[in-house]
Design a protein around this ligand. Structure first.
Ligand code: HEC
Ligand code: HEC
Length: 539
């Protein structure tokens, strides 16, 4: 969401010591098809292979990080980019060197025509699950591990660092290799000489305008030309003006910040890091769009299947029209918003929207024990079905006092938030988009009991991902672990959830992270809980 851009800014400073990602990242070649992972096409019966490719790599106008920049940043600042590819931020990489699932590529006019990468729905709404010792599967539409905040945070810090002369000099060497891989040692020597010769001029150029924002109105984009951003052997041989190149790069960074809604001055107060597969979209949206602070409430992406049965979505059922939600995602993740005008390709966002409206829940891909599952079905009927089955209407909304899970997210999205967003959508201008006749956003102050279809693929559980496994959800709240480690893709089929491993520690005692409440089924016997879990695998 638009807010995410701000989040990123904010989280940027937390990234000074970025730890590496310890997910297993296991890959398997289960199918002869070009996909490296097993994908169950029964989830998307109406999709062609081309539609699947669009879901996984199609643009939603968020391409904002030029590939050459990403590569050069990675080489210049290995502490910020610990892996060779986006795997280190939790993305699903099919083969080394290829774009991860959920990423698109496009040449972007306001980035000087450079080829840039962007995120789409699948980056957050696709998960890789590897049973202990087994081949992994990729589930479409479930909450994944990508840490968008950490990724944009790393890019933001890298841009800030490069606005220092010494770092700019180091960066330019990697930038040359990224743009012209065949440049060779001779070209690198030419660059070294030019850097030494133009040292003072480069420093002066940076000092004059470190944020690339001089002589331009706030929130607007510089016109940039590819030629001004190019560094290759040919240019070096004909005598390149490195001070001018540095200035153009700083302007490019400015354009990236504007598109991500990141201010040139980072705020001093930073919300906590949300970790893999979570962010605080509405909170960040509120700050960056309206300047209104709300309590930090991290949330995992919901699922994008069986949407045809639902009118209102999100944890609190606050949004009615899918296109509204998806336009926010596009504007938040890199599509520029200039004044009231959103610069995005509406047809492509619409296509993502239409595709996700036809997705089905995934079948459990491993063995299910039939007898316990049968017994579990009865337990489900008596303990769970009253809330999680039946029509998906507002009866699915449960008061905080009743459900008892962390109240922050439901409370934070209050009537003022709904009003501000509805007003935003009355004003915003996007080619092809017509504002809704009736408000599409509301505040409920409650939580939605979703269908539990495909629940096996939705670990960790509850809206804030505070409960790691189904086994733990069926444990009395006071006895649930106070913290767990997140990031691993290794999955425990017995407990039904990811194992307690990963670089991020989710501390359930901190704001927005509580794992209290929802004590249904916690008084069942150990054998009954096993039966219930076995049944839930068939959902
Ligand atoms: C940066 C990560 C990210 C991207 C990219 C993203 N989403 Fe989401 N999505 C989220 C988060 C986080 C939520 C939960 C928000 C809430 O409930 O408050 C969510 C919620 C949803 C929901 C509601 C699910 C439910 O159970 O209520 C749907 C549907 C959805 N997203 C679809 C999409 C589609 C379609 C796209 C692409 C056009 C997309 N999302 C792009 C993070 C993302
Ligand atoms: C009184 C209504 C009610 C009953 C009974 C109930 N639930 Fe829930 N359930 C909810 C609500 C509301 C939520 C959303 C809470 C949140 O995310 O904070 C929820 C969330 C969940 C989730 C999290 C889903 C996800 O994707 O993270 C799971 C799993 C779940 N329930 C399983 C069960 C099981 C199993 C039972 C029976 C033992 C059960 N529920 C009984 C209302 C109920």
């Amino acid at each position: 969401m638009r807010a995410i851009g701000f989040a990123i800014a904010v989280l940027a400073l937390l990234l000074t010591s970025c730890e590496s990602y310890h997910g297993s990242g296991a890959t398997a070649r289960q199918e002869p098809a070009r996909r490296a992972h097993r994908i169950d096409m029964a989830q998307v019966p109406l999709w062609s292979e081309e539609a699947l490719e669009f879901f996984l790599h199609g643009s939603m106008s968020t391409e904002i990080v030029p590939e050459a920049l990403l590569q050069a940043f990675g080489a210049t600042y290995p502490d910020l980019f610990p892996g060779k590819d986006l795997l280190s931020f939790g993305a699903i990489v099919e083969r080394p060197g290829e774009l991860p699932l959920g990423f698109s590529r496009r040449e972007v006019p306001h980035l000087g025509g450079l080829s840039a990468v962007g995120m789409n729905c699948a980056s957050c709404h696709t998960v890789e699950i590897a049973p202990k010792g087994g081949a992994s599967v990729v589930v479409l539409g479930a909450n994944g591990h990508f840490d968008a905040e950490a990724y944009f945070g790393a890019v933001t810090v890298a841009m800030l660092r490069t606005a220092e002369p010494e770092n700019m000099r180091r960066f330019l060497k990697h930038y040359l290799v990224a743009i012209d891989p065949k440049a060779g040692d001779a070209a690198l020597r030419l660059l070294d000489d030019a850097l030494a010769e133009q040292r003072e001029r480069i420093s002066a150029a940076i000092k004059t305008d470190p944020s690339g924002a001089k002589d331009i109105a706030a929130g607007t984009l510089h016109p940039l030309r590819a030629a001004n951003l190019r560094l290759d052997r040919k240019r070096l041989e004909s005598g390149v003006d490195l001070a001018a190149l540095a200035s153009s790069l700083l302007k490019l960074f400015h354009n990236i910040r504007v598109s991500l809604h990141i201010p040139d001055e980072l705020p001093k107060e930073l919300p906590p890091a949300s970790g893999p597969g979570r962010n605080d979209p509405f909170g960040l949206l509120s700050r960056s769009l309206f300047g209104v602070a709300t309590p930090y409430s991290p949330i995992k992406p919901g699922v994008t299947w069986n949407l045809e049965n639902r009118t209102w979505v999100h944890a609190d059922g606050n949004t009615r029209l899918p296109i509204i939600r998806n336009l926010l995602a596009s504007l938040g993740l890199g599509a520029p918003l200039l004044g009231n005008e959103g610069k995005l390709d509406f047809a492509q966002v619409k296509r993502h929207t239409d595709l996700t409206e036809t997705m089905r829940a995934p079948r459990y891909p491993w063995a299910v024990d039939a007898d316990p599952a049968r017994r579990g079905a009865n337990l489900y009927q008596s303990h769970c079905a009253s809330c999680h089955e039946g029509p998906e209407n507002d009866k699915r909304l449960y008061a905080l006092e009743k459900i008892g899970t962390d109240p922050t997210r439901a409370r934070a999205f209050d009537a003022q938030q709904a009003k501000l967003l509805n007003e935003f959508f009355e004003k915003v201008q996007i080619k092809g988009f017509h504002p809704p006749q009736e408000p599409a956003i509301r505040s409920t102050g409650k939580y939605w009991a979703t269908s539990l279809r495909g629940v096996w693929a939705r670990s960790p559980y509850l809206h804030n991902a505070s409960v790691r496994t189904m086994q733990e959800l069926l444990t009395p709240p006071a006895q649930r672990p106070k913290s767990y480690r997140r990031g691993s893709r290794t999955y425990d089929t017995e407990a039904m959830g990811f194992i307690d491993e990963g670089h991020y520690v989710l501390d359930t005692t901190s704001l927005g992270n509580s794992n209290t409440g929802h004590d249904y089924g916690t008084r069942l016997s150990a054998a009954e809980k096993r039966d219930l879990i076995e049944f839930l695998k068939t959902k």
